[in-house]
Design a protein around this ligand. Structure first.
Ligand SMILES: NC(=O)C1=CN([C@@H]2O[C@H](COP(=O)(O)OP(=O)(O)OC[C@H]3O[C@@H](n4cnc5c(N)ncnc54)[C@H](OP(=O)(O)O)[C@@H]3O)[C@@H](O)[C@H]2O)C=CC1
Ligand SMILES: O=C1OC[C@@H](O)[C@@H](O)[C@@H]1O
Length: 334
């Protein structure tokens, strides 16, 4: 039986997610409904994507008994409010990154999923890519010896995008793109907590971070450096340096197709989209959708690829980076 999805939000990422779903077997995944703040926008989106049902509120979608799984594609600042609505309605949820604005909000989402005994996952889609599965396999087999240093960057000139620069919309490089570099480091180090975090950044007049450099030290003398910016382009690659070799994920490391291991390149091509996409390599969103389906079929309440404990740690690391750099959101004092 197909996994039946409901989309919350009729925006850019929901569009890309819907296009990516069309690259999967229709017997495995069906988008049965979409909800938006306005019924007209939901209906327009549903027509464009051949989705049977459209709702003018998220509440109506969460009441639909036909839906097994909700994809949350709303703004960062709405993940907590709408996410709680979904979880308290007893629906499984795949929540776009970043999980929420801070550790308190993430804790509330996780607690709500436990109380409702439903599946919950932060949509760190990168981890579901076949390329990153290969990276994890190589590391598990000590293919490059002891890992001593990890480096990841992500630069995406987005100063023209309102949600990227406005504090009220959850702006800043860290939560939107820096999150990918930090999660990569945690993945390499198997979710271990860093012993130290040092963050230095530059703020926009709006009070959100334009650019940031984060240096972390992990147990057993291992180091990581992440740097990211919404003002400039960067290599957007990631390098894992070990005592016996090097693994390099070529950019875009958050949705990669090329892996270099000790100088040997391997390609991981993505399917072509049926409609133009808003974001790079978005047909790769198919992998997280399939991961969710497999978890549901196994009766899991979280994904081993992005455990809730690791989402919580990732959020704690980001809270610390914001504290050091001086980015404070309204959600921090609620
Ligand atoms: N995994 C990935 O590669 C990507 C992930 N994302 C994530 O997806 C989320 C949405 O990003 P994106 O699709 O680019 O955003 P959009 O600007 O397209 O907005 C998404 C939805 O958020 C709601 N929304 C927009 N503005 C407001 C507002 N001012 N107040 C309340 N709700 C609002 C709307 O929902 P409605 O339709 O119901 O009105 C809108 O459709 C973000 O959290 C982002 O991190 C984004 C891009 C890529
Ligand atoms: O997750 C994302 O992918 C990279 C950028 O487009 C960013 O804004 C987006 O949220």
């Amino acid at each position: 039986m197909a996994t039946r999805w409901g989309l919350c939000g009729a925006g850019k990422i929901s569009h890309d997610f819907s296009v990516a779903m069309k690259t999967l077997p229709p017997g495995d995944h069906q988008i049965v409904a979409v909800a938006a703040r306005s019924l007209e926008r939901a209906q327009e989106f549903a027509k464009k994507h051949s989705i049977p049902k459209a709702y003018g509120s998220y509440e109506e979608l969460t009441s639909d008994p036909e839906i097994d799984m909700v994809y949350l594609g709303v703004l960062h600042t709405e993940h907590w409010r709408v996410g709680l609505l979904v979880l308290q309605a007893g629906k499984n949820m795949l929540c776009e990154k970043p999980f929420a604005m801070n550790s308190r909000e993430v804790g509330d989402l996780i607690a709500a999923s436990k109380k409702s005994n439903v599946f919950l996952m932060e949509a760190i889609w990168s981890r579901c890519f076949p390329l990153h599965r290969e990276v994890r396999r190589l590391l598990a087999e000590d293919a490059i010896g002891d890992v001593k240093l990890v480096k990841a960057s992500f630069g995406s000139p987005q100063l023209h995008i309102l949600r990227s620069v406005e504090k009220e919309l959850g702006g800043g490089a860290l939560l939107d793109i820096g999150v990918y570099t930090l999660q990569f480091v945690l993945m390499v180090f198997n979710g271990e907590r860093p012993e130290s975090i040092h963050a230095t950044g530059v703020l926009l007049n709006s009070g959100v971070d334009e650019s940031m450099v984060v240096v972390m030290k992990f147990p057993r003398n291992r180091l990581a450096i992440c740097f990211f910016s919404i003002a400039v382009s960067l290599p957007n690659d990631a390098t894992i340096s070990g005592t016996k070799g090097t693994i390099r994920v070529l950019g875009p490391m958050h949705c990669p197709t090329t892996l270099e291991v000790n100088g040997k390149m391997t390609q991981y091509p993505l399917p072509e989209p049926s409609l133009p996409l808003n974001f790079t390599n978005s047909t790769g969103l198919r992998y997280e959708a399939e991961e969710v389906r497999q978890c549901l079929l196994k009766g899991l309440k979280e994904s081993p690829k992005m455990p809730l404990s690791e989402s919580a740690l990732l959020t704690e690391v980001m809270d610390e980076c914001r504290k050091q750099v001086g980015v404070v959101f309204n959600q921090d004092s609620q």
